[in-house]
Design a binder for this molecule. Structure first.
Ligand code: PEP
Length: 257
């Protein structure tokens, strides 16, 4: 059984005070939710304070990136042991904005996944094709390469701990959601890849989130698809009302997986 997981990626938004205000509201409204896992991923500067608020709640805490070395002369970076130390449980790795603006590659994603796992963090590993790649019928080639290289040398036990986020780049922040059928097609491809890599039992356990303009009115249909196990939500996770509705609407189809 795979439990649906909804994660909010706040990107470069919210001061500590704004973050505390937002999660206090989530805590209140999510208090009775047990059907789905909920995660918020504030910027680094708000993680420690948000952790204080979330302590012993049913909302998990994630970071938006991590460096692969534990410590040393790497100005500006934050390591997995540092995140673990302040109560972080999840980390988004390989988001398309990191790939597009900060030189992230499948090779650096691979190193970051290994570092996160070594420190007991759960990676949310992102893959996704550009619009021109989709239009050139290269979606599966691109996703296949991202999966192969990002998960290189990981054991079956390590793969079992990872969450994968399929985020078509053309759908991120554009208001242009992939149709449930388009998303399901790629999620199925990813699960089939996992079958080939480590067998059916492992593939049936790994959760695959969809990301790209998820909203309160499209989440239920997305998670009703056989291989879509939740969502990584950007813009709509920054507002109380929309994120609460997304989480609650995802519960409507939560028993299906
Ligand atoms: C994201 O950044 O991961 C994302 C999916 O953004 P949005 O929901 O705003 O498209």
């Amino acid at each position: 059984m795979r439990k649906i997981i909804i994660a909010g990626n706040w990107k470069l938004n919210k001061t500590s005070l704004e973050a505390i205000d937002l999660v206090n509201g989530f805590k209140r409204d999510f208090v009775d939710i047990t059907e789905v896992d909920i995660v918020v991923c504030p910027p680094f500067t708000a993680l420690a304070e948000v952790h204080e608020v979330l302590n012993e709640s049913n909302i998990g805490l994630g970071a938006q990136d991590v460096y692969w070395e534990d410590s040393g002369a790497f100005t500006g970076e934050v390591s997995a042991p540092m995140l673990k130390d302040i109560g972080v449980q999840y980390v988004i790795i390989g988001h398309s904005e990191r790939r597009q603006f900060f030189g992230e590659t499948n090779q650096t994603v691979n190193k970051k996944i290994k570092a996160a796992l070594k420190s007991g963090l759960i990676p949310i590993a992102c893959v996704g094709e550009l619009l021109q790649e989709r239009e050139a019928n290269k979606t599966f080639v691109v996703i296949g390469k991202q999966l192969e290289e990002s998960f290189a040398e990981l054991t079956k036990e390590e793969m079992a701990k990872i969450i994968i986020a399929y985020e078509p780049v053309w759908a991120i922040g554009t208001g242009k959601t992939a149709t449930p059928a388009q998303a399901q097609e790629v999620h199925k491809f990813i699960r089939d890849f996992l079958v080939k890599l480590h067998g059916k039992e492992l593939a049936a356990r790994v959760r695959i989130q969809y990301g790209g303009s998820v909203k309160p009115d499209n989440i239920a249909e997305l998670v009703s698809q056989g291989d879509i196990d939740g969502a990584l939500v950007g813009g709509a996770s920054l507002q109380h009302e929309s994120f609460v509705k997304i989480v609650k609407n995802s519960c409507l189809n939560s028993a299906k997986k």
